[in-house]
Write a protein that binds this ligand. Structure first.
Ligand SMILES: *Cc1c(COP(=O)(O)O)cnc(C)c1O
Length: 396
């Protein structure tokens, strides 16, 4: 892997072919996301190399652009989906039903019925009432359904609290204590529920894996116990969550992180007789996208200098929602050195900021900037608040 967002002189370049971003603007009609599908391919290939035997199910909520989905499907990826809408999008983009895992805490009757009729690879169940609902629908449809149990290991990880999912206080997964009841429901289902595996997803943007190791260790005896009960029990789904460093882009550091992650997941599952599944989202696509926007005003107040963009929390909500850091880089650097800015959007909310007190190259009204690493949870979380238009999505 190499750096994908770098200056060549004072011109910002992006992507596998290092094109000058200023040349991509064309007829500017508002902020746009720009994705490099080749980068997504390269990252998928790299991840598959690190996990040779695992089946990788791309968590498509991170970015569901059809071109990226088709690229991943053609490389043999599966899809991890969390809604009926995502199921249909995945099917349109070349994933077969057996390539699709359906996760999420709120699956509706209609979603479950469709999933069973399609014969999706696996439904990852997150609660007892969901399992009961699935059992009822499978019986009605007279179609057995492959189910994996998402277990909440009650382990804390170092990430933003809104994207930690493996603590007892979180809504995700079955508590260990609920598993006895799971067995009762499976038994009374008379074969309509086929337990195929365990799943785990601890949270997103993990940069350190001791919590993951602990969770994998906690799940080990549970997996073995279940495997002794159910013949069809062979899948170990280690979820997603591998993070990217938003502050800097250093391919060597990124390689090291991937290695550590692979060592933990492979090491802790090696002795199991299991087919390993992964559900990465962010890691595959974050670096493969930028959000390009224009400076509307530079506003000086007594305390601060605000750079007001034509994009904000409506297009990229991560800074507002998670205090996330994205680098903000002018497409063409001016000679004026660095300044400290609050970079904000047009939305009528004080949470509408991209960066606060950020030291960055000087910009002026009319300048274009790129917001880095915006390929994951960018457009997929965009909204039309204030009746602002959604951003365009362009592909390199
Ligand atoms: C969001 C999600 C993922 C992907 O998480 P990333 O941090 O983007 O890798 C994987 N599995 C489940 C169940 C998820 O909800």
């Amino acid at each position: 892997m190499k750096s994908v967002l770098t200056y060549n002189g004072d011109a910002l370049t992006f992507g596998s072919k290092s094109i000058r971003l200023a040349e991509t603007i064309g007829a500017y009609e508002g902020p746009f996301y720009l994705y490099d599908s080749q980068l997504v391919r390269e990252r998928f290939t790299r991840l598959q190399e690190a996990f040779k035997k695992a089946k990788i199910f791309y968590a498509m909520k991170a970015n569901s652009h059809p071109v990226l989905l088709k690229a991943l499907a053609s490389l043999g990826a599966g899809a991890d989906v969390v809604s009926g809408g995502e199921v249909e999008r995945a099917l349109e983009c070349g994933f077969t039903p057996r390539d699709i895992i359906f996760s999420g805490v709120g699956k509706t009757v209609a979603e479950i019925r469709r999933a069973i009729q399609l014969g999706l690879e696996q439904l990852n169940v997150e609660s007892l009432p969901e399992l009961e609902r699935i059992e009822k629908i499978a019986r009605e449809l007279k179609t057995p359904v492959r189910v994996a149990f998402r277990v909440n290991p009650d382990v804390s990880v170092q990430t933003h609290p809104y994207i930690a999912t493996g603590l007892a206080e979180n809504k995700f997964g079955l508590e260990m204590g609920a598993l006895a009841r799971v067995h009762e429901i499976v038994a009374r289902s008379e074969g309509w529920i086929q337990p195929v595996g365990l799943s785990l997803h601890l949270g997103s943007q993990l940069m350190e894996f001791s919590g993951l190791r602990e969770a994998l260790q906690r799940l080990r005896p549970v997996f073995l116990e279940m495997q002794s009960r159910y013949e069809s029990f062979t899948k170990f789904d280690a979820g997603g969550g591998l993070g990217v460093d938003y502050e800097i882009e250093d391919p060597a550091v990124e390689e090291r992180l991937l290695k550590e992650y692979a060592e933990v997941v492979l090491g802790e599952t090696a002795s199991l007789r299991a087919d390993l599944q992964l559900e990465p989202g962010r890691w595959l696509v974050a670096r493969a996208g930028v959000l390009v926007a224009q400076v509307q005003y530079v506003k000086q107040t007594s305390g601060r200098t605000f750079v007001i963009l034509d994009t904000g929390m409506n297009h990229l909500i991560r800074p507002a929602l998670y205090q996330a850091h994205h680098r903000i880089l002018p497409l063409q650097r001016r000679g004026g050195g660095m300044r400290k800015y609050d970079v904000v959007g047009p939305i009528c909310e004080s949470a509408d900021f991209m960066a606060k007190e950020r030291e960055m190259p000087v910009v002026e009204q009319g300048d274009f900037v790129a917001i880095s690493d915006a390929g994951a949870y960018g457009f997929s979380m965009a909204n039309q608040y204030n009746l602002q238009r959604l951003p365009e999505e362009r592909i390199l």
